[in-house]
Design a protein around this ligand. Structure first.
Ligand code: PGA
Length: 274
């Protein structure tokens, strides 16, 4: 790959896409990964519901909880009728058939999901390709689910100066032939792979630059058709102390939170500090 970060910088400084794109609301997504048993997930959902009920939280903040598949129905039940939305951590693009181990997007929707995380680096690491991610993104939209598409570079790619190119490539591939209908939304999470679970987030200037690249790439794909319907969020070692470094930026409208979402108090502090 060639290093194109200089030309991209020249180019995106001219493009003030953030004023065209940024939606009004903020979004905070909890990714519980495979960290909790079903009973722990239920307990975590009950704790969170109680705490959220007692907290004053801006109504313009969308809260999304992504439990594992097995806990999903019960967690969705606990949050039924509340402001909390449910997301899945993956979903398969085919409707039904001989696909051992897969879960259909229509079943996820019927189980109470409104969001689905796609292309997380932990899935890419297990072999998920950009082509598969693109199929899932298109299928998710067709089923009325909002995809949360994860993109981000590895440490080696960053060291080689490939960060911007990797992120652009992942965005272009994920959105290939995607057409947004009115009211459809897409969330793109910038998650530098090397920072996930490390306890050490990147700096806000770095996140701002990556969000510019993502925003410009979505503008290339959608032109103006996506006005207000693409949210860019940051993920990777987010905690109550650093959340504002990201959500305070003009081009980042939320966060994808892993480890720090496993404790209800900490997660609510993150939401409050957004
Ligand atoms: P982390 O995970 O907050 O534990 O770094 C984020 C993610 O993987 O989505």
């Amino acid at each position: 790959m060639v290093n194109c970060s200089i030309s991209i910088k020249r180019w995106y400084h001219i493009c003030k896409y953030e004023f065209i794109f940024m939606p009004e609301y903020k979004i905070i997504v909890a990714n519980w990964k495979m960290q909790l048993t079903v009973s722990e997930a239920k307990q975590q959902a009950l704790n969170l519901k109680k705490l959220l009920g007692k907290s004053k939280i801006d109504k313009n903040i969308e809260i999304v909880i992504c439990p594992d598949f097995l806990s999903l129905v019960e967690v969705a039940d606990i949050f039924k009728g509340s402001r909390v939305k449910i997301g899945a951590q993956d979903g398969f693009y085919e409707e039904a058939g001989a696909y051992t181990g897969q879960i259909s997007l229509s079943d996820l929707k019927a189980s109470g999901c409104q969001y689905v995380i796609l292309g997380h680096s932990e899935k890419r690491n297990l072999g998920e390709t950009d082509i598969v991610i693109n199929k899932k993104v298109r299928a998710a939209l067709a089923h009325g689910l909002t995809p949360i598409i994860c993109v981000g570079e590895t440490f080696e790619e960053r060291k080689e100066g490939q960060k911007d190119l990797v992120v652009m490539h992942q965005v272009y591939q994920a959105l290939h032939e995607v057409r947004l209908k009115p009211k459809q939304k897409i969330v793109i999470a910038y998650e530098p792979v090397w920072v996930i679970g490390s306890g050490q987030a990147i700096g806000s200037a770095d996140a701002y630059d990556a969000a510019l690249v993502i925003g410009q790439s979505t503008l290339d794909v959608f032109e103006k058709e996506s006005h207000g319907s693409v949210s860019i969020i940051y993920g990777g070692s987010v905690n109550p102390e650093n959340i504002k470094d990201f959500t305070g930026l003009p081009n980042i409208s939320g966060a994808l939170v892993g480890g720090a979402s496993l404790d209800a108090k900490t997660f609510v502090s993150i939401i409050k500090n957004i």
